[in-house]
Design a protein around this ligand. Sequence first.
Ligand code: ZN
Ligand code: ZN
Ligand code: ZN
Length: 545
Amino acid sequence: MLNRPKPNKGESLTGYLQRVAQANYISSHELWRWFILKGKHYPQSSMARVIDFVPGCLLDLKKMTCSLNINKETILLMTFQEALSKFYPYGTSETQLLSSKILSGITLQTRWFCPECLEEELFYKLIWQVKEIEVCPKHKVELISCCPRCHRSIPLLDVKSKVGLCSYCNSSLADAPRINTTDMDKSRCDDWNYLLGVNDNFLTMGSNYKCNFNQILASKLIYTACNYQETYSKETLKKSCFNKNTQQVLLQTARGTRVGSRVLHIDNFLNLIRLLRLNIEIIPKINVLTSFLDSLLSQKETIKEKISCIAPWCKSYKKPGSLHRTLTSVKSLIGGENLKYYLYCNECGIEYAIDANTGTLIERGYFINLAWYKVRPLLLENKTLAQVALELSQTKDRIRRCCIFLFANSLVEKNNIPFNVPEQHEDSKLEIMLEEINKGVRAKGFWRNQGWIYNEFLFYWFRSDVQVAYIQRKIPREDKRIDKLQKQERVLEVLNNLLDNNISITIAKVAEAMSVCPETLRQWEVLKINKAKTEQKSIRHKIHT
Ligand SMILES: [Zn+2]
Ligand SMILES: [Zn+2]
Ligand SMILES: [Zn+2]
């Protein structure tokens, strides 16, 4: 490199590379190609995001340090890697950091900028790419998302990218109209300046507890919410500023009993420390007392470990730890019982629930109590369907289902079944069924569409492996979908309200209005919210110009 411009404080790496390219009269992608890591694809604008995240995954940092005469730390300081690293132990690999979900969804995929800043000094700041930063802290003007002339969004690092210019029409971005605002949250900027700066890791802890990073962070938050008491007490946490759901999530995270491997997302993390009115720089300094940790971790929810499958034919029968939570943990009132959460056995596919009041395990269907304990002995005596139904005061349909269940799982012989059933399972049909389940097709439509008769369908449907596949499938259930529809309508309502009242739309604000966590909201409604944001921007634009 002939010309080696110095990075500016707070500059983004994609922006810096554009300046270097310009100074050396080459295109941004030529420079990118020059620094590309061996074995990586040629430059693609869609990959530019990675450069601002974990640049070592795409670029040869050694080559960069030599050619540009800057050290590696300076390069990383221009990226989100600094923020990411604060949540991971020292030495975590770059690929691991890149696949981290902690910062997912918090940055913008196209360039945002403050026209005033660009006019003062021509470089792009990294903090402008953080979604929740919407106002320039220095100039109190709203950050702009598109070219003032052609209104197209600016790619992060395009072939033709030049700092301060639109890559489509070459207009100067510094000419964009200023939209003054008083709606600025300074603490957000402080938080992000801290996160993006060289500061202590959040996982620093005095004691040598063998916790993973999520556990440490959650413990620190619980400890703070409990006013740094010597021992953990449920009552103190209950009185804290955290809502019930948050308390649950934090406890499960701290104790490592959380379902799935969800991490504490930075949005949640920032929300919680803001709720606690905690300065972010305090986090590394919180040393959770060993006595507190001891009491927190020993009061573990052991219910999952204590209970086990109660289906006598199951390989996991009475083996503790054989039951798993289903992802639906909604509280519901079924027949007056207050069910706490749902479980299933991943061996036999039987579904259970825990009664919240008594803590006992209840089968959600009737295959153990009815099919195994009552119907099976009668079938072994070769009774007819009508006889069994009469004797057990059950409908014939229910008894028929019990019979098919027992035969499908080889719990009785074919000659014990008092009606016609298929000889055995056919692999091809089983495959079709599993495939349909993974596609999200529901049971009811399936057998009709496939032209199967009902009994035949049940014969496959009741197989333990099919049941397990059905429970583990990722499609939300119907009741959840209805719930989702209602929520979607509510989101629109909230958005319209914010638009009407000219209140700046942020995910956090919408989440607050709906009392859901921002991360959940982001998962289903980010497009809608972004659309409303753009709409708001253009309305404000019109007012100001
Ligand atoms: Zn500015
Ligand atoms: Zn343009
Ligand atoms: Zn089982």
